[in-house]
Design a protein around this ligand. Structure first.
Ligand SMILES: [Zn+2]
Length: 80
């Protein structure tokens, strides 16, 4: 399925500053779910997330660990 990799972090004031890490989300393209679950398993509802156009601040280590392997632009799996 066609999926988007999205970066987002909790909005200021919704959690403590130390928990405002950059989570990774995999979303089916074209869908707008009301609740989002990060790759680390943390759930977020409407109005809780700030979308990021690039990694900002501290990354969520658990999300990175669960992220899909990098793919080359031609769609082949990268050999790391
Ligand atoms: Zn996370």
């Amino acid at each position: 399925m066609d999926e988007l990799l999205v970066l987002a972090r909790p909005l200021r004031g919704t959690v403590g500053e130390t928990r405002r890490v950059c989570h990774v989300f995999v979303l089916p393209r074209g869908e707008k779910p009301t609740r989002l679950t990060a790759l680390c398993g943390t759930e977020f509802g409407p109005g809780q997330l700030e979308l990021l156009d690039r990694p900002t601040g501290m990354p969520c280590v658990a999300c990175l660990r669960n992220a899909p392997p990098p793919r080359l632009l031609d769609g082949k799996e990268a050999s790391a």
